[in-house]
Design a protein around this ligand. Structure first.
Ligand SMILES: Cc1ncc(COP(=O)(O)O)c(C=O)c1O
Length: 340
């Protein structure tokens, strides 16, 4: 149900993100494909993203009928590699969809430059990085639109599913508003559309939680600092890399085992010892069984860094409510891996 609380939350989100418009939708995947459709993208149009993102980034491209073009990531940040983008551009390329993976901004200045050179759209997949910043840019400043997920486990999560788009483009705002509500912006007047509403109830939860994002992001950064300090001597893992000057808000704290053969054993060992370790994401999109399911996809260049990340990543527990004893315990258990 779209009511006054949604309207208020949209205004708050637009103010928080310094953007002209914010539009609530049902989830982060819908935010992406509704934006693609609002921009007139569809069959024959290619969108470029990195192979090591959450599945939904590419899935949204397919839902809109587009071709997903998957390229490699930067081996340090795991965000999209601008050089790989350049190599993937064809006359059919319409846009770039950088993902601010794990809570760190993709290199938007380089991406904007490429987009300007080739006349491309830029749609940021910001499902994981609300509150993050680049060194000299803000999320949304260098793109056509920003898409976010509010699923419960995100940095700004509701008690269920939700999503939003923010943009400075009136045409995107107007079209998404229409598309998300059965093609209607006026009672009883419709054109073709969908049902993808952000419920008033969720908007209320998000409105309250948005006020805490700064403090919760600061706490995530503090916890990441403690992990990195406590684990810095562990030669069997690589620690996350935060680009100088960037505000990485650590949606996830992802380590990589130096030896890929160790990953499964190490993550089982962590779980057996009470540490809720997970993997984000252990199978890259192009290696999922059945890929690409009759949809249009192109892989460009080596995807070695994305594949290495998939084979060696382990996410340690990360949320602002972690207590000191829990943080210390995680560090102790990881360090003790060597004695296994
Ligand atoms: C990078 C990324 N893109 C898109 C999504 C899709 O969001 P949702 O699950 O709300 O549809 C998510 C998270 O779920 C995500 O992490």
């Amino acid at each position: 149900m779209q009511g006054p609380t949604l309207k208020r939350f949209e205004e708050e989100l637009a103010a928080y993100t310094d953007s002209k418009y914010a539009i609530g939708v049902a989830n982060g995947t819908d935010a992406l494909w509704l934006t693609f459709i609002a921009l007139g993208l569809g069959p024959g149009d290619e969108l470029i993203t990195n192979a090591n993102t959450f599945f939904a980034t590419a899935e949204a491209m397919w839902i809109a009928g587009c071709t997903a073009v998957l390229v490699d990531c930067d081996p340090k940040t795991k965000c999209i590699d601008p050089e790989a983008i350049r190599k993937a551009i064809t006359p059919r390329t319409k846009g770039i969809v950088p993902v601010h993976l794990y809570g760190q901004c993709a290199p938007m200045r380089e991406i904007r430059k490429i987009a300007d050179e080739h006349g491309l759209l830029v749609i940021e997949d910001n499902a994981q990085a609300i509150g993050a910043q680049g060194d000299d840019f803000k999320i949304g400043e260098l793109s056509d639109a920003v898409c976010i997920s509010f699923i419960v486990q995100k940095n700004l999560g509701t008690y269920g599913d939700g999503g939003a788009i923010w943009t400075n483009r009136k045409d995107i705002n107007d079209r998404v508003r229409q598309l998300r509500n059965h093609g209607s912006i006026k009672r009883d007047v419709h054109s073709f559309g969908f049902n993808s509403r952000l419920d008033d109830l969720h908007a209320g939860v998000l409105s309250v939680k948005l006020k805490h994002i700064k403090e919760w992001s600061d706490r995530r950064i503090e916890i990441a600092g403690m992990y990195s300090e406590g684990l810095k001597d562990c030669e069997f893992i690589d620690l996350p890399y935060a680009r100088p000057g960037y505000r990485h808000v650590f949606h996830l704290y992802v380590i990589e085992t130096k030896n890929q053969a160790d990953r499964s054993r190490m993550s089982d060992y962590l779980v057996q010892n009470g540490v809720d370790a997970k993997t984000h994401y252990s199978i890259p999109i192009h290696q999922q069984e059945g890929f690409p399911w009759g949809k249009e996809a192109r892989l460009v260049g080596s995807l070695a860094h994305a594949e290495k990340n998939a084979g060696s990543c382990i996410s340690l527990p990360m949320f602002p409510e972690l207590e000191q004893a829990e943080i210390d315990y995680v560090i102790d258990v990881v360090r003790a891996w060597e004695d296994q």
